[in-house]
Design a protein around this ligand. Structure first.
Ligand code: HEC
Ligand code: HEC
Length: 321
């Protein structure tokens, strides 16, 4: 058991670290355009990012796994609910918190700075350290303007009164805190220009936390050199699923996929007809209903980035018998 715990901790810090390492230098871009943005535009950007790119709404809402890929239950957006526990390889049980503007049970009384600190450094308003399953090591590398737009948007969610239980961890949180990879200040973070597809794709991939689910957990911990090789097993009770190899290996990954096929996968898997059918045991934890609504250009950028990473030959059986 202890071994599993250590593995899980290493997983969430090592993978994130390896995803970060290659992404520091990008040129400054559209600052001038952004300063003139209206509040509406900022909230619209935040709505897009929080729902379809960065997974806030995915993790922080109730999901209905009687349908394919567990679409978010309407009315629960941001109110918490998803439980991450031992069945997902975690050292205990973590509860995605209520991040609606409810003053008592949500973040209604938090300042922007307080939310920002939770998002980028994993310290909440009370001063408690968050477990890095909440992807603050990733958000620590995201441009402040994007994070502020997300915060502006979550403040527009319907306030929901919902008390979330305290987490139950089997390790001291200090053991999991990835202090070494967090930048003290995020002021220098820039959003790469969208014309630089690979860099922008890497930025979106980091926001979407694709690397955490899509990397293998081996007996000796996560294989840092095998980012995107797939192989993470999820047990959600009613079904089990293994993450796919999305590295550019032609035989076992997405190396032979065209850009059109890549986009079609997201569109098909998020289409109502597909989501509403009974998936039985062939379900997925991948939030297709959300990621499937990413803009064409953003999926193209992610595709371009995934083509540029190291290919890994790793055959995955998504639904092992
Ligand atoms: C992979 C799932 C996941 C994603 C994606 C995610 N969160 Fe979280 N978040 C969590 C979990 C789990 C916790 C609680 C961690 C703990 O208890 O240690 C949390 C905690 C928080 C907290 C602290 C709340 C409190 O009361 O302490 C805030 C604020 C927050 N998340 C906002 C966000 C926002 C905004 C986004 C998107 C930019 C986001 N989260 C994305 C899982 C996630
Ligand atoms: C919560 C975990 C999780 C996250 C986050 C996640 N995925 Fe997945 N993904 C999976 C699982 C599990 C599968 C295999 C089952 C399926 O096809 O849905 C999968 C399948 C896929 C596939 C299909 C590959 C194939 O061979 O059919 C693609 C493409 C993909 N993911 C891309 C991404 C990208 C890009 C991101 C980030 C924007 C991402 N995933 C984020 C868990 C995740």
């Amino acid at each position: 058991m202890r071994k599993l715990i250590v593995l899980a901790v290493v997983l969430f810090t090592a993978i994130i670290a390896s995803q970060i390492s290659s992404c520091n230098s990008s040129t400054s871009d559209s600052k001038a355009g952004d300063t003139g943005d209206s509040v509406k535009k900022v909230v619209a950007r935040g709505e897009y990012l929080a729902n379809y790119v960065s997974g806030c709404i995915d993790c922080h809402s109730k999901r209905d796994f009687t349908k394919f890929s567990g679409p978010v239950v309407a009315g629960t957006e941001g109110s918490g609910g998803f439980i991450f526990d031992e069945k997902l390889g975690l050292p205990g049980a973590l509860y995605a918190k209520n991040i609606t503007p409810d003053k008592e049970t949500g973040i209604g009384n938090w300042t922007d700075e307080e939310v920002l600190r939770a998002l980028t450094h994993g310290i909440n308003k009370k001063g408690d350290t968050l477990f890095p399953l909440m992807p603050y090591p990733n958000f620590n590398r995201i441009a402040k303007e994007d994070l502020l737009s997300i915060i502006a948007y979550i403040r527009t969610l319907k306030p929901v009164k919902n008390i979330i239980p305290d987490r139950r961890l089997m390790i001291p949180i200090g053991m999991a805190y990835p202090a070494g990879i967090l930048q003290p200040s995020i002021d220098g973070n820039v959003r790469p220009p969208e014309t630089d597809k690979v860099k922008y794709g890497e930025y979106l991939t980091r926001m979407g936390d694709c690397g955490t689910c899509h990397s293998p957990l081996t007996e000796h911990g996560p294989d840092r050199s095998r980012l995107f090789a797939g192989g993470y097993r999820f047990d959600l009770g009613t079904f089990k699923v293994v993450s796919a190899n999305i590295s550019p290996d032609s035989a076992t990954g997405i190396g032979s996929w065209t850009e059109d096929q890549f986009i079609a996968k997201f569109r098909n898997n998020s289409a109502d007809a597909n989501v509403n059918r009974n998936p039985g045991a062939e379900n997925s934890i991948m939030p297709w209903t959300l990621f499937g609504k990413m803009k064409d250009d953003d999926l193209k950028a992610i595709y371009a980035y995934l083509r540029s990473v190291k290919p890994h030959n790793n055959k995955i059986e998504k639904y092992p018998k």
